[in-house]
Write a protein that binds this ligand. Structure first.
Ligand SMILES: [Zn+2]
Length: 151
């Protein structure tokens, strides 16, 4: 007897909380309260790390100085998302996710691009943040980055 096995598809929902830590907390608060994007400088290699980090991933030194960066920057890499997962995606596909090196930063921040057709996105494109009207202390307090207008 060959009977077809029933296969059911479901999704696990696993809510959890975690402490962001002092550096991430300040990073998010600066965005929410002052619309400033901050990095931290490594005292050894002098790179400015964005998002702000407690320690340098290259030197393993604790960072000691906070530095305001951007708000504009350059797309260094990107991908276009076509897959739809409305429960977790903040935008309707297709949309672009980019690595953005903000002015004054040495590392790139990953974020969404908006107000641009995905087919128009290029590396080297200058972009600036669009902040949320009602910040909640999270990375989406920057709704997305949009191309810098040139007028
Ligand atoms: Zn370093």
């Amino acid at each position: 007897m060959s009977e077809e096995i029933i296969v059911r598809r479901t999704a696990l929902r696993i809510p959890y909380s975690w402490a962001a830590g002092a550096h991430a907390t300040r990073f998010y608060r600066e965005i929410a309260d002052r619309r400033r994007i901050m990095g931290t400088r490594c005292p050894r290699c002098e790179r400015v790390l964005v998002p702000a980090r407690k320690s340098c991933s290259r030197c393993f030194q604790d960072t000691t100085e906070w530095v305001e960066v951007g708000p504009a920057g350059v797309v260094t890499s990107f991908t276009i998302v076509h897959y739809s997962e409305p429960r977790i995606q903040p935008m309707e596909p297709p949309f672009a996710v980019a690595l953005i090196r903000l002015d004054g930063a040495d590392t790139a921040l990953i974020h969404l691009l908006g107000e641009v057709e995905p087919s128009e996105v290029r590396t080297g494109m200058r972009v600036e943040p669009v902040f949320a009207d009602e910040p909640k202390g999270r990375i989406l307090d920057i709704r997305y980055f949009k191309p810098v207008s040139v007028d």
